[in-house]
Design a protein around this ligand. Sequence first.
Ligand SMILES: Nc1ncnc2c1ncn2[C@@H]1O[C@H](COP(=O)(O)OP(=O)(O)OP(=O)(O)O)[C@@H](O)[C@H]1O
Length: 577
Amino acid sequence: MKFTSALCSGGKKINFFHITTPIFYPNAKPHLGHLYTGLLSDVRGRWSKLNQVNTKFITGTDEHGLKIQNAALKAHVTPQKFVDNLCLEFKKLDSKGWIDYTRFIRTTDTDHIQNVIELWKKCFAKGFIYKGQHKGWYSISDETFYPESQVVEVLPNGKEIPLNKSEVFDQDNITNRSFINTESRNKVVYQSEINYFFKLSEFKCKLIDYIRFENPDFIKPEMRKEQILKELESSKELQDLSISRPAARLTWAIEVPNDPSQKIYVWFDALCNYITSIGSVQSLTKNEGDPINIKWWENTTHVIGKDIIKFHAIYWPAFLMAAGLPLPKQIYVHGHWLSNGVKMSKSLGNVVDPIAMIDYYGVDPVRWYILENSCLEADGDFIESQLWQTRELLVSKWGNLITRCCSPKFDLKRAVGKFSGNTDNNSSIFLELCSRYLEKDLAPTYTKLLNDLEVLPALMDNYITNFNMQQALKLLWSILNDTNTFIQTTEPWKCKDNQDKQDLIIYLAVEVSRILSILSQPVIPQLSAQFLDRIKVSPERRGLEYAALGKDDNYGVACNKKGAMPITRIPIREKHL
Ligand SMILES: Nc1ncnc2c1ncn2[C@@H]1O[C@H](COP(=O)(O)OP(=O)(O)OP(=O)(O)O)[C@@H](O)[C@H]1O
């Protein structure tokens, strides 16, 4: 069918789509930023399902590591109890936000732990892991080491000075002194210990070839790819990566195979969740694995915030290359939600509580607002009055349009019965009908509307598959605005003496509502269902194949009577004023 193939990349049907969010640290309750990553992935996953592609969407929590161990200690509970409690908060946010995942992975899950051990063993067997002395500046908050060039000392008066090159640091001479790294600006401490190392230094050229030449779409958007390539192509060599910590210091982590004195570094553990989400390390092994699992893996998209790009675009591909495993298809990197110009983060506590917003404004206005006010390339500010305004527009532009169509003055069933069979996804027939019944000077208005409606599914497909949700929503607003203007100008309530004309106007308006509601199901799953219910579109006719003019000839029955509005006005939250 012409319509379906238009929605498939390059005309080729993709059968598998696997999408992942990062697994989040459950060291405090989630905030708006976590909902954002979940939402981008959820909409993309739902779009893929609507397109009848086999889809898996995985999210979860990253439960090991020093950061969790310390937070649990502070809360006077065991790390297991600590993560059990907070994991529920992340699940609650997903449930409130209608984040429709296939599996919620916890890194404490048994199958995941097994995979981490397998991945380690493979890298070890191929000679990419060795034991050595490690000295360096470590940020517990970021769970990562920083080079000296990225560390400054913060003096008691708040002044920041570079490290004194001639000073020899050790764990003792930094007590009572404060150091931060210049990348995340989190605190760092000096550590010297025995660790296992991963030979990251061997992957610089392989990564450049892979990202720049062989798979130029691996990292999106372009600016993020260039950022990573700049780092890789700089004259600096990649430093081997410390991937274990002494068990004496880190207890809450997976044990290094055959060495109980060491625990696996939390990022080596966490990244492996993407494999757990498909199956096992073994099942992804080239030539020996499961072809279906490999297919899932080759159609995997990771969605992440820009704060963790290095881990996903450098470390993760290098681990996989070392283990002889294939790489996922793509990594999409998004910007941050800010609070007074600073990244909203659990550690800083400068957060917006998304659950409070959802409880008051409803899930779909929040989803719409977040997606409309963000794009991958930029950071965004949350402004509650804008969220309220977005909701107002959904009520006045969309809710009202449907309510108008369902007015007792009109007869939707009659209009649908009269015009749906005539059109059959062919707007030129409908154009002809419009020119027969409507005034000549309306021709530009309805021609534009019909054209826009015809190309809408393919344009939305392009925007959503490229995570450009903002533009996809702009298209919906534009058609809604044009339809409201069309109704306002044609005044169907004044066409009592010309039933065909009235039916035609109402039919066009309700078709816009129906098509837009079908296409927006991934974005506003609850509201779109309520809209479709209001005009009695059967649940079997809500697939993408019905998102075209005239496609559904069997809805609108008994709608033209007073019914509850799917969405009504509410004032802005009092707390906000
Ligand atoms: N301010 C934010 N804007 C957008 N996404 C965010 C934001 N904060 C966190 N995320 C999402 O969460 C991921 C990081 O998860 P993490 O649990 O470390 O969150 P965090 O709030 O930065 O935590 P912490 O402050 O403890 O480091 C990001 O890559 C991104 O997907």
